[in-house]
Design a binder for this molecule. Structure first.
Ligand SMILES: Nc1ncnc2c1ncn2[C@@H]1O[C@H](COP(=O)(O)OP(=O)(O)OP(=O)(O)O)[C@@H](O)[C@H]1O
Ligand SMILES: [Mg+2]
Length: 354
């Protein structure tokens, strides 16, 4: 069956345009009368107080995040910090107690049930931690599932499914059943199924957390490689900082339902907002997160030093210094013009600084 679809694969479908997500003043309180407690929470009542005095659970407090279209937004936090609650608001599997959730400027919160159904089917796809594959369906039949529900023609279902099965590295496994596959392979099916939907938004809640460490890193690589092509708006939940730093164009860190810091991985590693985040980032390999531009000094003209781009990671700059047997290195901009320089000892110092 795979070979039949080869001819179709040469004319890939246009990739859907990504959608930006803007979450504004979002509150979620769980309990029998959540609305009644919004004013108290807004005026500063803590999660513990709300629970102890009123038997309501504060899920999210005043969440504001702008997720630009086509980027990977990571949401990170410990267990119970509100990550799943947050991501489930994006396709309104959970209704907010108060606040707005704009996708391309349209508020998901005010959509009718019919609009919401359309939105979920066409704008969002999910990848789950537990894979959630249908056990009695083959890889191929699991992958076409979303398009089948959408009522797309069988030919198009198969074309799309074969294309993405191949892209996630599962060509040849189309007729296998989930229980014949390893965890990593099952999650590739989960990814292929989500991509086959061609929704502009991909929601991934701890999608790689159940995988062995090496397989997990493999899957991160698969996702990053794919993202260069698909450029979807990806919301990726994790409790693992290394994963967050590797995948996230932007990272938001949640604690007890509140965002305590958001920014690029570099922002967070260089300027942790408090001691809680500082304790997270202490173990990080700074050389893989921090760009050389952060330690750049004024350029010196007329040298023959090797050159790296401003956005090179410290680890790569160090490798270059060693390879070139150099003590200093030039830094250039996008267009190749020299804009600064740095030294091996500065790179070393920035890599180990705590
Ligand atoms: N339906 C619900 N009813 C009551 N409380 C809830 C409900 N769903 C979530 N909560 C509470 O909201 C808070 C956030 O839960 P959530 O599942 O979003 O956390 P999480 O960060 O995804 O955790 P984990 O890493 O364990 O998946 C927790 O205190 C949780 O107990
Ligand atoms: Mg969760």
């Amino acid at each position: 069956m795979a070979s039949n679809s080869q001819s179709h694969m040469s004319t890939p479908e246009p990739v859907s345009k990504a959608a930006g997500i803007s979450i504004r003043n979002l509150y979620k309180i769980f309990g029998h009368d959540p609305q009644a407690f919004v004013p108290l929470v807004k005026s500063g009542m803590t999660k513990a107080e709300l629970n102890d005095k009123h038997g309501h659970i504060l899920g999210l407090r005043n969440i504001n995040i702008n997720m630009p279209a086509g980027g990977i937004q990571v949401v990170m936090g410990l267990s119970g910090s509100g990550k799943s609650t947050l991501i489930r608001h994006i396709n309104r599997l959970i209704d907010p107690t108060s606040g707005q959730l704009l996708v391309d400027g349209e508020d998901v919160v005010t959509m009718s049930q019919a609009q919401l159904r359309q939105f979920r089917r066409h704008k969002t796809a999910m990848v789950f931690q537990k894979f959630a594959l249908l056990p009695h369906r083959t890889v191929l039949e699991n992958t076409v599932y979303g398009l089948e529900i959408q009522g797309v023609s069988r030919t198009r279902q198969l074309d799309e499914a074969h294309r993405w099965i191949e892209r996630v590295g599962l060509k040849g496994f189309e007729e296998k059943y989930p229980n014949q596959l390893s965890g990593g392979m099952q999650q590739r099916v989960g990814l292929a199924r989500a991509l086959t939907n061609d929704a502009p938004i991909l929601l991934m809640d701890e999608a790689f957390s159940a995988l062995d460490p090496l397989i997990r890193v493999d899957m991160q690589t698969v996702l990053l490689d794919l993202q260069k092509e698909i450029k979807k708006t990806i919301v990726f939940i994790t409790h693992d900082l290394d994963e967050a730093l590797r995948l996230g164009d932007r990272i938001a860190i949640l604690r007890d339902g509140e965002i305590i810091q958001q920014g690029t991985g570099q922002d967070i590693v260089l300027n942790p907002a408090d001691s809680y985040i500082e304790s997270f980032v202490q173990e990080v390999n700074r050389g893989r997160v921090i760009r050389v531009e952060t330690i750049m000094t004024a350029p010196q003209s007329g040298n023959n030093l090797p050159t790296v781009r401003f956005d090179s990671l410290l680890e790569d700059v160090m490798r270059k210094l060693v390879e070139e047997n150099a003590e200093e290195i030039n830094i250039c901009c996008d267009q190749g013009r020299i804009i600064g320089q740095t030294s091996a000892s500065s790179v070393m110092a920035a890599m180990v600084r705590r």
